[in-house]
Design a protein around this ligand. Structure first.
Ligand SMILES: [Fe+2]
Length: 412
């Protein structure tokens, strides 16, 4: 018997197929574009050339505009030397003490199973810690340097349209996220290729249908993944660990040196790859009530059965040093390597970019209540590890900028 969501999927697929003169041909056209991009990626890889665009933090003062086009095409960017390596080393040590002295590992065992966001992916046990309010996280997340990077990234988007202003690119509402720590030799599996910010929603939510209208309506060439229109109006299914904010970019800051094979991030650096995932699900070999493995409340699955072409473009990001940052568009497919074969901890702090808009403000107002209590933010499983942790950041420790970003004082 079909569940309610199955009916929604069946109806959405019928509707989306009708938007195209020939949905099979439409998919073929998109597939051809992806094939060409995959070819380019493989060629660059063979020549050991940069695939992911890179820039140094100090170059943000006068960026070469060509980098903007590269970011828009690849949907990702590495910004290096943001923080001083020594400073990051110290913050990494502080974080380690915060974890050990407060008995995180024991707490974590007691609360296993609360977070099952990734449970449908093949690899579902990342070394991600449910901590949000440590000194290291706050210092990085709410620094002036981070604010400057986010302004640069937000301004790559079309944030105003003929109907309304989607967001203010120059003000930020910080989304508190977690940390990843992988010890050397760790082979507890990474994360299979996926996207956040909605799975089934991307087909059935009316705002997502508008965002992707060009894709479904035979106008793939016109689709601009950096047009923010309606991205602030999507409605997600309720589920622990599904983002209810609009992020212009997801991202993390490296706390330790880490390269390919160190259990690091992998990306499919094609900003328009979502078009392939969306139109693939409309083909006739996919059961009417299914979307190539995407499930409600879980990360959007990108898998061998339906997306083998895309997976050929999955690359590990190059070596990152303490204080370097990586950023990727919310449609960009990403993964974490299964095995960490390196010799050092590979640690990162997740910091994305959530500009000022109503959707983000609504979330931030809920998040600020959790911050004041030291609890897990509303988007995450209510593990609430840090309520009684020593060294947790409280309101009195925050800068004015941090207070604005956390919605504790008004931006104006
Ligand atoms: Fe993710």
């Amino acid at each position: 018997m079909y569940r309610k969501v199955d009916h929604k999927i069946i109806l959405a697929k019928k509707k989306l197929r009708k938007l195209s003169k020939n949905y099979k041909q439409n998919f073929k056209n998109i597939e051809n574009y992806i094939k060409k991009e995959i070819y380019k990626i493989k060629r660059l890889k063979k020549l050991s050339k940069n695939i992911i665009p890179e820039i140094k933090y100090k170059e943000l003062l006068s960026p070469d505009l060509r980098i903007n086009d590269q970011i828009k095409k690849r949907g990702c960017i590495i910004i290096r030397d943001v923080f001083d390596q020594k400073k990051i080393g110290k913050l990494n040590n502080d974080l380690e003490k915060y974890i050990e002295h407060n008995g995180y590992y024991n707490d974590q065992k007691k609360k296993e199973g609360l977070d099952n966001y990734f449970s449908d992916l093949k690899s579902g046990k990342p070394q991600i810690y449910g901590l949000y309010w440590s000194k290291a996280q706050i210092k990085i997340r709410h620094s002036h340097k981070m604010a400057k990077i986010k302004k640069f990234l937000n301004n790559l988007w079309v944030f105003k349209n003929e109907e309304y202003e989607v967001f203010d690119p120059n003000r930020e509402l910080s989304y508190a996220d977690r940390i990843r720590r992988r010890e050397p030799g760790d082979n507890s599996l990474g994360l299979s290729p996926h996207c956040d910010a909605g799975s089934v929603e991307r087909w059935i939510d009316p705002s997502y249908q508008k965002i992707y209208n060009d894709i479904f309506s035979d106008r793939f060439k016109n689709f601009n993944p950096f047009d923010a229109k309606y991205r602030d109006r999507t409605i997600e299914f309720e589920s622990p660990a599904v983002a209810h904010v609009f992020r212009t970019f997801q991202g993390w800051t490296a706390l330790t040196e880490q390269g390919p094979k160190d259990g690091t991030l992998q990306l499919i650096p094609i900003s328009k790859a979502m078009a392939y995932v969306l139109t693939r699900a409309l083909l006739d070999d996919v059961p009417d009530n299914e979307l190539c493995g995407s499930k409600v409340g879980k990360a959007l699955s990108v898998n061998e059965k339906y997306h083998s072409l895309l997976l050929e473009g999955l690359i590990s990001i190059p070596k990152m040093y303490p204080g370097d940052t990586i950023w990727w568009h919310p449609d960009v497919i990403h993964a974490v390597e299964d095995k960490h074969l390196g010799n050092n901890y590979s640690n990162v702090i997740y910091v994305g970019s959530t500009p000022y808009c109503k959707k983000n403000l609504d979330y931030i107002n809920k998040q600020s209540k959790k911050f004041l209590q030291g609890k897990s933010p509303p988007d995450f499983a209510p593990e609430d590890f840090e309520v009684n942790y020593k060294g947790r950041v409280t309101e009195k420790d925050l800068s004015v900028l941090a207070k604005k970003q956390l919605g504790l004082v008004d931006w104006n």
